[in-house]
Design a protein around this ligand. Structure first.
Ligand SMILES: [Zn+2]
Length: 297
């Protein structure tokens, strides 16, 4: 019990990091819905896309020109219930333990079937969204305001980091969550943010962090043909993900970024901690993403 509480408390201070723990679990299969956003985006750059030709591709090209995405923050109990269902599906007990508020840990008991557990969670989520409606709404509103204040400068900086690479097409929707981890879907550009127990600054940092991932993976895919789940010989299966996470840390530790986001980031995963100094050095040498990536791929 005490241990669980400690873990919870630790994460409560670093909610913007939750997302990063195991995002690959939830992507692709998870929130795919009917979207084909990744495909649409890539059509903008290719002549190989057989689906779109001529003027249609011109439209796509035009639409994908440097236009900053509009991030929407929404409050939806049913989306958060879906969050749990998918998390449970692609996760394992230890992680689920961290994801769930302590109050819900009883559902991990073997006596509860998957369906029963789902019902309990569903009840809990609906109840929280109802009783905490005011707080969730207020928090979401203040995160929105905070993001609006930061977004122009943020986008300008991302522009510099990624050399004017266009933002990939996608939904760019953040959903408020009452859970303790905030996964994302790289494909659709959907993410979760802390709907409770947080300052707006952490919410804004979560958005910025996720947006960096979205941009990073699209850059990697478009320029290098590398996907998040690609594996490399002799490397950890999570190699690409680890690079992305460490890259975020490097950028979050970069003065111009810190100035805008007022963030201070520390590696929380031993792997990233090990990767961090070298990558930071590479970034500081030239502030050039391709130079940096050339040392990893
Ligand atoms: Zn992350």
């Amino acid at each position: 019990m005490g241990k669980d509480y400690q873990i919870g408390a630790f994460f409560a201070t670093l909610p913007h990091l939750f997302c990063c723990l195991f995002p690959f679990l939830l992507q692709l299969h998870a929130y795919r819905e009917d979207s084909h956003s990744g495909l649409v985006h890539h059509l903008g750059k290719v002549a190989t896309g057989q689906l779109v030709r001529g003027f249609k591709s011109l439209i796509l090209r035009k639409n994908s020109m440097k236009k900053n995405p509009k991030v929407r923050l929404l409050i939806s109990a049913s989306q958060d219930i879906k969050n749990y269902i998918l998390f449970r599906k692609y996760s394992w007990t230890k992680l689920l333990d961290m994801f769930l508020p302590t109050k819900l840990h009883y559902i991990l008991n073997k006596d509860y079937s998957k369906k029963e557990a789902e019902n309990e969670v569903s009840k809990y989520v609906k109840e929280r969204f109802k009783t905490e409606k005011r707080k969730i709404t207020q928090d979401t509103e203040s995160i929105k305001k905070g993001w609006e204040l930061a977004e122009n400068k943020y986008f300008d900086l991302v522009n510099i980091i990624f050399k004017n690479h266009p933002w990939p097409k996608g939904k760019y929707i953040g959903y408020a969550s009452v859970f303790n981890m905030y996964p994302r879907n790289v494909q659709d550009k959907i993410f979760y943010f802390p709907g409770l127990h947080t300052s707006s600054r952490l919410g804004v940092q979560t958005i910025s962090h996720e947006m960096l991932h979205f941009m990073f993976f699209d850059y990697l895919k478009t320029k290098y043909g590398i996907s998040e789940d690609d594996e490399f010989e002799g490397k950890n299966p999570k190699y690409v993900w680890n690079i992305s996470e460490t890259f975020n840390l490097v950028i979050e530790a970069w003065k111009p970024y810190q100035k805008i986001l007022k963030t201070k980031s520390e590696p929380y995963d031993p792997v990233h901690k090990r990767m961090f100094p070298r990558m930071k050095k590479l970034w500081d040498e030239k502030n050039d993403i391709d130079y940096l990536l050339s040392h990893y791929f």
